[in-house]
Design a protein around this ligand. Sequence first.
Ligand SMILES: [Zn+2]
Length: 417
Amino acid sequence: MTKKTLFLLAFLATSLIINAQNTVIKAGHFFDARNGKMLENQIIIVQDGKIKEVGVDLKFNKTDNIIDLSSSWVLPGLMDCHVHITVNLPYRNLKMEQMYTNESTSLRAIRGTVVARQFLDNGFTTIKEIGNDANYATADIIKAIKNGWIQGPTIIYAGKIIAPYGGQSSNVNLEHERFWSFEFIDADTPDEIKKAIRKNMYYGATTIKMVTGDNGIYNAEDIKAAVDEANKYNLKVTVHAQGGLAGTNVITGGAAGIEHGFGLNNEQLRLMKDKGIFLVGTDFSYDNWYAYGVDSATATALNNRLVDRLKRAYKIGTPMAFGTDIIVNLPELNRVESSLKVLETWKSAEIPASYILQSMTIKAAELLGIDKVRGVLESSYYADIIAVKNNPLNDIESIKTVHFVMKEGEIIRNDKK
Ligand SMILES: [Zn+2]
């Protein structure tokens, strides 16, 4: 290498350092998710997709890209721990099996890209896609997002749902035996469960979802076999269960989370607290229940049951992560708007807004196993940052006023006021 080349290289390196442009966010109000408190006038410096520094009166270069959110409430990107982005059933007509037979994996994937984008645009920078996506449709959606073909949130992905024989279908005649394998893996022994986990991993799963109590109940040993196998690969196991013996076995087996848990009693909720097992309550509002096709009195009764369970879980101290599970859009509302109806249930249960926000950020990150890199706005964390127009601690529904979204340092949305 000649002296001249060396000089040129040194000059280029120096000019790169001088011109390195950070993004600087001036946050008028700032949610400290770790402590559940709102701080004032923070500055966030973002570099290479991550948060470099956060604090008051930080120094930055005039040439930096400055984003003025001084009249907004700035929060970590939200997380929904229970979504089905490739599913959409008609209003008040819940025919799951008909969808299995009428919609191909590719059609489901195309829908999934649209719904994933809706989540991102509305402030959800991370979602847990928890199965029911035909033949691994979401695995390809994740690839398309990584390739930059489309924009979408970070997706923690369950692959096919692992369940006792029959998946979540009932009354299928023998001529159509196992047609549910389009969506589920039948696994009835610890060995079959292990094999199902390995198959899901092979096709892109980053978490494991099981179902118990719909067709057959897993023993605690079955759950433990899944947890041990998943632990080898640093994956978490979360299980759809309502309560009763099915719920107790999930708790004894040591899963990371219970999905729904509509029928959990206080003793079970206490055991979950002791063992650090998360409840992902999928707390449907009246409107969500009604959308499923039940009559008005039944929708009220079912919602009241969830308000009661949510109140008890909060009082007992069961860890909770936010999850919606909406597969039917409400009239005139998109998927995220339909999903956020569940906030009405949280409000009826009088859960403090700061706790709800934590369940959508730091607590969700803990359940998903990403709490060292996402869920709070601190140095070295990914710059998943959103802003809303009103104070969500005064009314949690303010999270519906998202006007700025950044995912891993990239600005996805920045509405001019
Ligand atoms: Zn679900």
